[in-house]
Design a protein around this ligand. Structure first.
Ligand SMILES: C[S@@+](CC[C@H](N)C(=O)[O-])C[C@H]1O[C@@H](n2cnc3c(N)ncnc32)[C@H](O)[C@@H]1O
Length: 260
């Protein structure tokens, strides 16, 4: 998700002037540091939730003081206790059960308040329509897909070693054996949540093929739609290339026909 920070996430949170940001899944703390730099420059603060933060927490505390809070727990244990944030970055355990219930907890916490803007990582392949499990034991059995420690390949619904071939993406992680089944994957979780919600929410899926895709879930309003669309448009490579092409055309037209 950290690769989406500069082109997509920071421009949006700057436009809405977010004051309290929650990050689920910090790993090596690259994005945590990004968020904290934003906080320092915008008088904001953040909470990072990760049961196994893989960075020097004391260094972050020293550098950012009270802008930074860390909650070394699973998201579903930590989120119910956090209130009144403007933005959440969901990048923890990439499976239907966890993401769907993270969204449900947020929904419950924001009853009668303005729903936050939520960035979801991994709404593209491989975890859009297939669960991954950091620790399968964290997911109740009835919500757990049949899984194996085996890799994935785009276009194949079964895991790679299931068909006698080794290799594939994330072969050292627990992945659902099947893809594209109900209650399976991060995008399915976000869509199921939106379908069931009484709130008027928009879900944008940005670049599902780049960096595993970014979902942006936000309370529908003309103002917010414009912010999100403008940022997406300005970062879309095809859009930028089309702009470059048309300026070359205009330049060449002027070059060959000085009267034009
Ligand atoms: C993909 S990494 C996060 C990458 C990070 N957001 C970035 O952009 O660099 C996922 C992290 O989520 C953490 N994690 C796994 N399950 C979690 C859960 N249920 N709640 C919170 N964090 C979780 C893992 O410990 C891991 O550090």
């Amino acid at each position: 998700m950290n690769r989406m920070w500069s082109p997509l996430i920071r421009p949006i949170i700057e436009k809405i002037n977010a004051q309290y940001i929650v990050e689920v899944g910090s790993a090596t703390g690259v994005n945590t540091w990004n968020i904290l730099e934003y906080c320092r420059n915008h008088e904001a603060h953040m909470t990072a939730i990760d049961p196994f933060p893989a960075f020097d927490v004391d260094k972050y505390k020293k550098e950012f003081g009270n802008k930074f809070e860390i909650c070394p727990k699973l998201s579903l244990d930590a989120l119910p206790h956090l209130k009144d944030y403007d933005v959440v970055l969901l990048d923890g355990d990439h499976n239907w059960y966890t993401v769907y219930h993270e969204l449900k907890v947020i929904d419950e916490n924001f009853k009668d308040k303005k729903f936050p803007v939520i960035f979801l990582h991994d709404v593209g392949w491989p975890y859009a329509r297939r669960d991954g499990y950091y620790n399968p034991e964290n997911v109740p059995e009835k919500f757990r897909q049949p899984y194996a420690k085996a890799g994935m390949r785009i276009g194949r619904e079964k895991l790679i070693n299931q068909s006698g071939v080794r290799g594939g993406v994330n072969s050292d992680l627990y992945n659902a054996v099947d893809e594209n089944t109900p209650r399976n994957g991060v995008l399915t979780a976000a869509e199921d949540f939106v379908k069931e919600s009484n709130l008027n929410l928009s879900l944008e899926v940005v670049n599902p093929r780049a960096f595993h895709g970014l979902g942006i879930l936000y309370p529908e309003s003309a103002e917010m739609k414009k912010i999100v669309k403008d940022v997406i448009k300005s970062t879309d490579l095809r859009y930028s290339l089309a702009k470059i092409k048309s300026s070359i055309k205009i330049f060449l037209k002027g070059y060959y026909n000085p009267n034009s």
